[in-house]
Design a protein around this ligand. Structure first.
Ligand code: PAP
Length: 308
């Protein structure tokens, strides 16, 4: 049983936490301000207490449905541009750049261990900033963090499709209520994005804060910025074009591995690729629902200078 402190194991701590339901299906527990599916909380706790960051590590971070799959593909492609083969052609981006709490929960299908110093340490997490290991956050660490954010109304629509295909479907008004009250795996999107945003303003050399919409509108500028930030500057416009094409939704979506492959055992890879549009929420949300989310954005994000 994993120990979190001298007194208690992770599972003993989890047992005592406040509980709620997510998507009418899954139990979630609240730990230090954020809700988690318990299966992912224990790995998050052990990551926090035992991960030793290296200065050349790159951590990708995101709340759910903000463009994680895309940023994984892009970061991987920037780092492995000159490999003989394009690994994305035969592997889902979630396999190439594993999410820490999923790897630690279910290490088997992955080829490497995040603690293995010889592994290519490009890793991802959905864990909020305040729950990251001190070895990553410390001022003496040069580990870089790339965070991706997205318009919350589009996130909600993306979540609605994703979780309705995995769990018992719920109506959209219920999904809006749950999104706004923060009863989601990894907690409130607004609190998650606010923590990374505030930290990125304090330490821009440490955290690159990216936006899905800017990546869609100016991919060349944004990808070049990200590559440079990760210490892998791109040499020419052709290289940037190659990465844009390799990671495009149209290409990834139509690869055999993403049409018919599975991620772990429970999820088909095609669930990660849908429309990838900016403003798709207009096709689903009533004005009242949109206003409810906009009000959250005004109160929680625009007051700290973040406009999504
Ligand atoms: P995750 O949190 O489960 O990993 P994530 O990848 O963050 O999901 O979000 C999925 C969204 O990114 C989907 O958006 P949609 O539902 O609005 O369509 C998906 O289509 C989009 N997406 C996935 N891959 C790409 C890509 N290569 N380019 C642009 N958007 C993408």
């Amino acid at each position: 049983m994993a120990k979190y402190s001298n007194e208690k194991s992770c599972s003993e701590i989890i047992e005592e936490l406040p509980k709620a339901r997510f998507w009418d299906t899954a139990d979630i527990v609240r730990w230090e301000g954020f809700w988690y599916i318990p299966n992912f909380l224990e790995p998050a706790m052990s990551f926090r207490s035992s991960f030793t960051a290296r200065n050349d590590d790159v951590l990708l971070a995101s709340s759910i449905k903000t463009g994680t799959t895309w940023i994984k593909a892009l970061a991987y492609s920037c780092i492995h541009l000159h490999d003989d083969e394009d690994a994305l052609a035969g592997n889902n981006p979630h396999f190439l750049v594993p999410t820490v709490e999923i790897v630690l929960y279910n290490i088997k299908p992955f080829e490497f261990d995040i603690y293995d110093a010889s592994a290519p340490r490009l890793i991802h997490t959905h864990i909020p900033y305040s729950h990251l290991p001190d070895s990553i956050k410390s001022s003496s660490s040069s580990t870089k963090i790339v965070y991706i954010a997205r318009n919350p109304k589009d996130i909600l629509i993306s979540m609605w499709h994703f979780f309705n295909s995995m769990f018992k479907p719920i109506p959209i008004d219920k999904a809006v209520d749950s999104f706004c009250s923060g009863f989601c795996n990894y907690g409130s999107f607004f609190d998650h994005v606010a923590e990374y945003w505030i930290e990125s303003r304090k330490r821009p050399e440490k955290i690159l804060f990216m936006k899905y919409e800017k990546l869609k509108n100016s991919p060349k500028v944004e990808i070049s910025k990200m590559a440079e930030f990760m210490g892998k500057p791109l040499g020419s416009e052709d290289e940037v074009e190659k990465i844009i094409w390799r990671c495009s939704l149209e290409r990834l979506k139509n690869l055999e591995v993403n049409k018919n492959g599975r991620f772990l055992t429970s999820m088909s890879n095609d669930n990660f690729f849908r429309k990838g549009e900016v403003g798709d929420w207009k096709n689903y949300l009533t004005p009242d629902m949109a206003e409810k989310i906009d009000k959250m954005s005004r109160d929680k994000l625009e007051t700290i200078g973040l406009f999504l």
